[in-house]
Design a protein around this ligand. Sequence first.
Ligand SMILES: [Zn+2]
Ligand SMILES: [Zn+2]
Length: 109
Amino acid sequence: MQCAHWHRLPLDLAREARSKAPGGHLDRAVRCHLSPHEGDEHYGFLTELDEYGAALWLRWYGRGEMEVVTLPDCPALGTGRNRDGCCLFAGHIQQHTWEGAQKTASRTS
Ligand SMILES: [Zn+2]
Ligand SMILES: [Zn+2]
């Protein structure tokens, strides 16, 4: 399960993201990466910043404010065979991404 909120990446913030990550691929719209959550603060993944162990995220609020933020990668590793890394940022709320994946896998098997 994943939060159902999407947000368009406005041109000015796309420019800001590109100046911080010139080689990164940017999508025109991002989906909140968190699992379904309370509150109206959403985080959409923009692109990696390899050299810093960090990534660019679009943070937006239900009332319309948004900003590009640089957040360190979440250091948590999954307990499964692959020890997948979490695709979120350090200090995120809700589950790690591999927790959701593991639950989905066990539900379908
Ligand atoms: Zn969300
Ligand atoms: Zn995590």
